[in-house]
Design a protein around this ligand. Structure first.
Ligand code: AQP
Length: 332
């Protein structure tokens, strides 16, 4: 709690151009919390370097991710928006939590398995201990609730285990966070391989719809989306392509799957794909326009970064001094 408000923390890696998976699974849902909760939204650049980055791209994407937070509706006056590497306590607590996280636990993380298969030439220690740094991000702010896409649920459960373990050894130190997986935040899958998650680092540009794609590109990508045999628009275990498109359509329109099935009864995949492309493009146009205006004002974005880092560091310091005292580190 901060004052009488519960605390929310979430983050996005500036590891690529953000996708509609990041948007529907996470960012779109963030602004609803601003009034009721004290919210910290972070651009987690330190997580991004678990995979090799080009420095100039990482720097640009850090600005872009912050601008996208704001363009997607996060008011910097009502939310603390900041960059992870601007608050060194993340790294500091990350190390402490590394020492309280078990090798076996980290070995079981599916994201580690997926990413080490994808980046076989760079299976670094940071990729392995990523979830302990994520726990540090969350626990540093005594977070009550973490809005994330369902793909991050396993990491969040580990954060809870780490918090409970630490509290068990040293006495009450951390709030044990709860995940918040929005109904609309179901896992958005690749348009080319609907059994794999849509990821910003996918090299197949046609598999991924980016938040900043123009209308023509969005419609083209949906038209080319892989669908399944048959022709009916209906949710079914053997139709992962159509399930994914129905999920996306439902997220953008708020319509239930039953409504969507009725709406497209007797119509074919072609009509449906076009409709999904159109609702997606229409929803993202205002975001893109606001983003472009923000990216023309770097000084404003830097002001937000600075203000956010000061606010975050203030809260982080309180937790860090408690942690150091409990561990037995000598205070000067
Ligand atoms: N496909 C998705 N469906 C629903 N939610 C998703 N999220 C990501 N992809 C989907 C949610 O977006 C938030 C930020 O994710 P992240 O940047 O921390 O990293 P990630 O989950 O590893 O996302 P990517 O796009 O797959 O990045 P890369 O390719 O760099 O690994 C999280 O809340 C996540 O759940």
């Amino acid at each position: 709690m901060l004052g009488d408000k519960k605390i929310i923390f979430s983050g996005v890696q500036p590891s690529g151009n953000l996708t509609i998976g990041n948007y529907l699974g996470a960012i779109k849902n963030f602004s609803a919390f601003s009034e009721e909760y004290k919210c910290f939204y972070c651009v987690v650049d330190m997580h991004a370097i678990t995979v090799r980055q080009v420095a100039a791209d990482l720097r640009r994407r850090t600005y872009e991710t912050l601008a996208l937070y704001i363009a997607c509706g996060l008011d910097p006056e009502k939310n603390t928006l900041f960059v992870q590497s601007h608050v060194p306590a993340h790294a500091e607590l990350g190390w402490v939590l590394d020492c309280h996280t078990m090798f076996g636990e980290l070995s079981r993380m599916t994201q580690f398995k997926d990413k080490s298969a994808k980046h076989a030439d760079n299976i670094n220690a940071g990729l392995f201990t990523y979830p302990a740094l994520m726990a540090a991000d969350i626990l540093l702010y005594q977070t009550d609730l973490v809005p994330v896409g369902i793909d991050q649920k396993q990491h969040l459960e580990l954060s809870r285990d780490i918090a409970q373990r630490f509290n068990g050894i040293y006495g009450d130190t951390f709030t044990v966070p709860e995940p918040y997986i929005a109904k609309s935040g179901m896992k958005i899958m690749s348009l080319a391989e609907p059994l794999s998650k849509m990821s910003k680092s996918d090299t197949n540009q046609n598999a991924v719809v980016y938040i900043l794609d123009g209308k023509d590109d969005i419609i083209r990508k949906f038209k080319r989306a892989v669908t399944d045999s048959g022709s009916e628009i209906r949710m079914s275990d053997d139709k992962p392509g159509i399930n994914n498109l129905m999920t996306i359509y439902s997220c953008f329109t708020g319509k239930s799957f039953d409504d969507i099935e009725r709406e497209f009864e007797g119509k074919g995949y072609g009509d449906f794909k076009l409709a999904v492309g159109e609702v997606c493009a229409d929803a993202l146009t205002p975001v893109r326009e606001k983003f472009n205006a923000l990216m023309n004002d770097k000084a404003y974005l830097e002001e937000i970064m600075k203000k956010g880092a000061d606010e975050a560091a203030y809260c982080a310091r309180k937790t860090m001094s408690k942690v150091k005292r409990k561990l037995g580190f000598v205070a000067l």
